[in-house]
Design a protein around this ligand. Structure first.
Ligand code: C2O
Ligand code: CU
Length: 474
């Protein structure tokens, strides 16, 4: 072959190789400004192909319908700055009202809660998401989807009724992978009307700069209690991976993700896994020591450390079934959320990225529902890593794991682990119109593109994502 032909062939071969690559690269880059509604493609889950872009209601109008005066008013001031752990270790991060964790918000079921947020010094802006509280969509706190990030010097007010008791938490949903890890979060507890005689304590697990803490303390946190005192310990996992929780004395799991377990029985010599973002309420009787990973909460006099039990309590078989929580014999929508990993480009960067149903972010599915639909999701994970999945605005009941139906108490969750090579099936009623994130709560994975949305037909958003908007929820 003549040299010039050889050259031509080489050029053609390179072009044939680079062409698709350039296309993939271009396709993965984000415009400086775009709407979440234009993300990826619509997945109808086998249900009605309802028009989703037609003018309907804006997320900004999906507010709390009640106009009565607030029962609980909270001020949160977000700042950038250094704070100290009890050992003196300095953390360069962010605070709410000068500390991390921020103040615990406590309300009684039925209360109207009003939270005034002021961003004093956080350069990239903030927002506040009420993790596990199924608020109206406008109050969900996702920058670029349900509001604009609150810029430095700006104020923003959230307003919602807490209509379900339980253990929840709040955190920033602007550049969440950095802001949550570095301190912008706090506990949110909704108490029942009756004031039972139980002692009630929070146990917020968080790792700051590699140091595990409980309620911001590195050493065991002790609460005074007379022997025999029945205590509810509200374990909340604000980290990116699951934490094991156990006690040396028998305990009961009273609630998971804010929802009561039906007829919980005593547990001995087993630990319970709390997914990232998830909560479990444990009942112990003083003196007791609740071990949360390498940290602990001691109630009364310390009975001493207990080795981690070998056995895991499977919540899918814990408690009693009771009446079926949801009729799923003929769901209106059946979605597949298959998490994989493959080479490609995300935001113009080459790498090995998380995929959803074979697609890389932002070309991922928008799961479309109509209000009132019974929805089943099958989440299958073959990505090589565990993913704590979190659906905003709804609680879902776990139907099965790897085809094994749940046998215990109905297990209502908003955050749950899907281990590698595992398939988890959940169901819920689409009863809270809006555009809701459905993402991995290992927030680093979310920032790497493990994010999709549940979208109600006819709901639109005026907010924008992309560099021009200043909104970056992950
Ligand atoms: Cu804890 Cu998308 O949130
Ligand atoms: Cu993940």
């Amino acid at each position: 072959m003549r040299p010039q032909y050889r050259l031509l062939l080489a050029v053609l071969a390179t072009a044939a190789l680079l062409g698709p690559l350039a296309y993939m690269w271009q396709n993965s880059r984000l415009p400086a400004s775009y709407s979440v509604m234009d993300m990826g493609y619509v997945d109808y889950g086998g249900g009605a192909r309802s028009a989703h872009h037609q003018a309907g209601v804006s997320v900004a109008d999906l507010v709390e319908p009640s106009d009565r005066a607030a029962d609980v008013t909270v001020d949160l001031v977000a700042r950038e700055g250094t704070f100290k752990l009890p050992s003196g270790l300095e953390v360069e991060g962010f605070t709410f009202n000068g500390k991390s964790p921020g103040p615990t918000i406590t309300a009684t079921v039925g209360d109207l809660v009003e939270v005034h947020v002021r961003n004093e010094t956080v350069p990239e802006g903030v927002s506040v998401h009420w993790h596990g509280i199924d608020v109206p969509n406008a109050e969900d706190g996702v920058a670029g989807v349900t509001q604009d990030a609150i810029r430095r010097g700006e104020d923003y007010t959230y307003r919602f009724v807490v209509d379900h008791v339980g253990t929840y938490w709040y955190h920033s949903h602007q550049v969440a992978h950095s802001q949550v890890q570095r301190g912008l979060f706090g506990s949110f507890v909704v108490l029942p009307e009756r004031d039972d005689q139980r002692l009630d304590v929070a146990a917020l697990a968080h790792t700051y700069a590699g140091v595990p803490t409980l309620n911001g303390e590195e050493e065991a946190t002790t609460v005074t209690a007379p022997s025999g005192q029945v205590t509810r310990v509200r374990v909340t996992n604000t980290d990116n991976s699951s934490v094991r929780v156990w006690s040396g004395t028998p305990y009961r799991v009273l609630a998971v993700d804010g929802y009561d377990v039906n007829k919980p029985t005593p547990v001995e010599a087993a630990y319970v896994d709390v997914a990232a973002g998830g909560r479990v309420d444990l009942e112990v009787v003083a003196p007791a020591r609740v071990q949360v990973g390498s940290t602990a909460l001691v109630v009364g006099s310390d009975p001493g450390e207990v080795e981690e039990p070998a056995e895991r309590l499977d919540l899918l078989g814990y408690g009693s079934p009771g009446p079926p929580p949801l009729d799923v014999t003929s769901p209106d929508r059946e979605f597949r959320y298959a998490i994989g990993r493959r080479p490609g480009f995300v935001s113009g960067k080459p790498g090995l990225w998380w995929s959803i149903n074979g697609h890389l972010w932002p070309n991922v599915p928008m799961f479309l529902v109509d209000e009132g639909d019974v929805v089943v999701f099958t989440i299958k994970n073959t990505s090589g890593d565990i993913h704590p999945m979190h659906l905003h605005g709804h609680h879902a009941v776990v139907l099965s794991r790897d085809g094994e139906p749940a046998t215990g108490s109905p297990l209502w969750v908003d955050s749950f682990d899907v281990a590698n090579d595992e398939t988890v099936q959940i169901a819920f009623v689409a009863d809270n119109p809006g555009i809701w994130m459905d993402h991995c709560h290992n927030l680093n994975h979310a920032a790497e593109g493990l994010v999709a949305h549940l979208m109600y037909s006819g709901v639109t958003t005026p907010y924008l994502l992309g560099s021009d908007s200043g909104n970056e929820p992950e």
